[in-house]
Design a protein around this ligand. Structure first.
Ligand code: HEM
Length: 139
């Protein structure tokens, strides 16, 4: 069972930041606009994608990533599923693209969270890296 981080300030800080971002207008639009500029490899991978749908799905998956730290077994299963779908047998996403994904996410948070600080960004990175590690381990 993963450790329960719920009581830790870092978990609460990131969850509250997520809620401020989600409540702001166009957070996921900003995320994908920025993500697409991070590498010419990225936009073609979404050429056939319904981006409106994708923006809704990514919000849900960010919450699963956050819940990993709570020792939530359903969250572990959900993030493992993302690992399977992004593996060589699926979307085939090479591990180095995840750091661009995380940079884009942090850039979008900086734009949309009025309480953004570099320290908060580091906390986001710590929490998201746990999920990214799990996803990449399925590559
Ligand atoms: C931790 C980071 C990421 C999370 C949480 C995430 C999450 C998701 C989810 C939930 C889906 C839809 C369901 C599925 O196909 O599994 C998806 C689809 C997809 N993701 Fe990711 N993803 C991440 C990183 C990336 C990266 C780095 C790329 C690289 C370009 C990428 C490319 C794609 C593509 C191409 C699809 C399929 C879109 C379609 O259905 O046409 N993802 N992702």
């Amino acid at each position: 069972m993963p450790p329960d981080l719920t009581a830790e300030p870092i978990y609460r800080a990131v969850l509250e930041s997520y809620q401020r971002c989600e409540n702001s207008e166009g957070f996921f639009d900003t995320f994908y606009v920025i993500f697409f500029t991070k590498s010419p490899e990225i936009p073609p991978r979404f050429a056939e994608t319904d981006m409106e749908m994708q923006k809704q799905i990514i919000g849900a998956s960010l919450l699963w990533m956050l819940r990993l730290g709570r020792g939530d077994l359903i969250a572990v299963q959900e993030v493992e599923k993302i690992g399977e779908s992004h593996s060589r047998q699926g979307h085939s996403i090479p591990p180095y693209l995840y750091s661009l994904w995380l940079d884009a996410l942090c850039n979008a948070i900086e734009h949309h969270d009025p309480e953004y600080t570099p320290e908060l960004e580091s906390q986001w990175r710590v929490i998201m890296e746990e999920g990214i590690e799990l996803i990449v381990s399925r590559y």
